[in-house]
Design a protein around this ligand. Structure first.
Ligand code: FAD
Ligand code: NAI
Length: 466
């Protein structure tokens, strides 16, 4: 009889866990994945990346036809109406299709889905719904959940004070949505409800939105979102939220101190970050502790301090992004199988799916300057012919290169299709490209991507069209 039930047991079936499970099975390892949700796919497929993008897409369509945005093209649309129920239903269909797709892939790759919450008993066994399952290797991929704001109670069922999950399923468009937190979720979901007709106020504690992003990007984003109608209150702290019936009053005051203000809201969205999921996992039973931020630390191979226990995704340090979790899933499975699985954490792109999109990879200008001398090339989308033709000229491409070696250190893009454009920058950086390599690569005309080439030319001060 085999010593263990499985070669690999993954806890959590989000983008990190399900990918690790499939890759491990592909490599010939007997694999199971424990997931406590009703469906596979984790935060990303169920209540994160996918439903938010489905609503961003649908709300963009509605905004296009509900005002006079298309009039300049000679297209007049009269009487556009919103059926929010249908829009939400379509989002649910997309989610069901994709989560069902993971179930299909599990079956295809012979990954056993252990339905229920997993708790460690020792380093090689976990309990799932009363049954003990053993494995030679256990991968923790339990993801993250919403950071609560002390004193503010989230009630997604009632729909007045919600988190991102609640904000994906509001049953009517709020008159006034107050978002606490000017980060990625606040701006994406704020965009959805603004496009559908809500007034949106964003309350951000810091003096600028989108912390961690390049300084120029943060300034540009603030300008563009304000132009779109967002009321952005930076340097402002929330001191309390009081719910009365189906309304809420948000009390705020300047972060630096000063006069308090009360903001009336129909819905309050709390989006101040996410925290790693380790509660109820039984880490004590295996003697594994978390760091100050509640994350599980690993080495470069994703091995934890406990032999046979590995960790990936949102529960470990690094950006909380689905593609980062997925790449770590592939790498950890390969390491367990005796191959060499590596993730280059210096080249993880990030995209905010607003309009325009905001995308970045590598170092910000501020971070790069702390490390040494840099050269910066910038090209405005206003001077890009395709952006002109499409009348979507907001934004820019910015490339930061090492002043001595010309190696590209960071790329930051604000543009309608920035999320697509950033892929070439990530690939170039992965191959150690210089700005000259990008500048001398032929780019199709007319495309938004030509702005990347021009920004690379601008690093040496020689863009053609600006
Ligand atoms: P998760 O996806 O969180 O999955 C972990 C799973 O483990 C969960 O299903 C959970 O139920 C399960 N679990 C936890 N503990 C246990 C246990 N003890 N036993 C059994 N099961 C357990 N990222 C992007 O890259 N692009 C985006 O566009 C994007 N949009 C987002 C939008 C929103 C609204 C949110 C909230 C997040 C978004 N993210 C996005 C972030 C992305 O969802 C996460 O980075 C990603 O899901 C992390 O993957 P993971 O596998 O580490 O964890
Ligand atoms: P975030 O970290 O992006 O932004 C949180 C914001 O809240 C920050 O600007 C922070 O300064 C602010 N804040 C913190 N405490 C506050 C307080 N008390 N009052 C007011 N403001 C406060 O976190 P967010 O938006 O909740 O998203 C969580 C994670 O989900 C992100 O880190 C991101 O990795 C992931 N995500 C990714 C998406 C994407 O890739 N497109 C989309 C949505 C989420």
């Amino acid at each position: 009889m085999a010593e263990f039930d499985y070669d690999v047991l993954v806890i959590g079936a989000g983008p990190g866990g399900y990918v690790a499970a499939i890759r491990a099975a592909q490599l010939g390892l007997k694999t199971a994945c424990a997931e406590s949700r009703e469906t596979l796919g984790g935060t990303c497929l169920n209540v994160g990346c996918i439903p938010s993008k489905a609503l961003l897409h649908a709300s963009e369509k509605y905004e296009e036809v509900s005002g006079d945005l298309l009039a300049k093209y000679g297209v007049t649309v009269k009487g556009a109406e919103l059926d929010l129920g249908v829009m939400l239903g379509e989002k649910e269909k997309v989610v069901a299709g994709l989560t069902g797709g993971i179930e299909f892939l599990f079956k295809k790759n012979k990954v056993d889905w252990l339905k229920g919450h997993a708790t460690f008993k020792d380093a090689h066994s976990v309990e799932v719904t009363g049954k003990t399952v053993t494995a030679k290797n256990i991968i923790i991929a339990t993801g993250s959940s919403v950071t609560p704001l002390p004193g503010v109670e989230i009630d997604n069922g009632k729909g007045v004070v919600v988190d991102s999950t609640g904000a994906l399923s509001l049953t009517k468009v709020p008159g006034h949505l107050v978002v606490i937190g000017g980060g990625v979720i606040g701006l994406e979901l704020g965009s959805v409800w603004r496009r559908l007709g809500a007034k949106v106020t964003v309350v951000e504690y810091l003096d600028q939105i989108l912390p961690g992003m390049d300084g120029d990007v943060r300034k540009e984003a603030s300008k563009l979102f304000t132009k779109q109608g967002f009321d952005i209150k930076t340097g402002t702290k929330v001191t309390g939220v009081e719910v009365k019936g189906d309304k809420a009053t948000v009390s705020v005051e300047p972060a630096a101190g000063g006069a308090a203000e009360a903001i009336e809201a129909d819905v309050v969205l709390v989006a101040i970050g996410r925290k790693p999921n380790t509660d109820g996992l039984g880490l004590d039973a295996i003697g594994l502790s978390v760091n100050q931020r509640g994350q599980i630390e690993t080495d470069h191979d994703f091995a934890t301090a406990v032999q046979g226990v590995w960790a990936i995704g949102d529960v470990v340090p690094g950006p909380m992004l689905a593609h980062k979790a997925e790449d770590e899933g592939v790498a950890v499975a390969e390491n367990i199988a005796g191959l060499t699985g590596i993730v280059n954490h210096d080249v993880i792109p990030a995209v905010v799916y607003t309009h325009p999109e905001i995308a970045s990879v590598g170092l910000t200008e501020e971070a790069a300057k702390e490390k040494g001398k840099v050269k910066v090339g910038k090209f405005l989308m206003l001077a890009n012919s395709r952006a002109k033709a499409n009348d979507d000229t907001d934004g820019f491409v910015k490339i930061i290169a090492d002043a001595d070696t010309d190696r590209v250190l960071g790329v930051h893009i604000v543009a309608s299709v920035a999320g697509t454009m950033i892929a070439q920058a990530a690939q170039a950086m992965e191959f150690g490209a210089t700005s000259e390599d990008i500048a001398y690569t032929c780019h199709a005309h007319p495309t938004h991507s030509e702005a990347v080439k021009e920004a690379a030319m601008a690093v040496k001060g020689k863009p053609i069209h600006m």
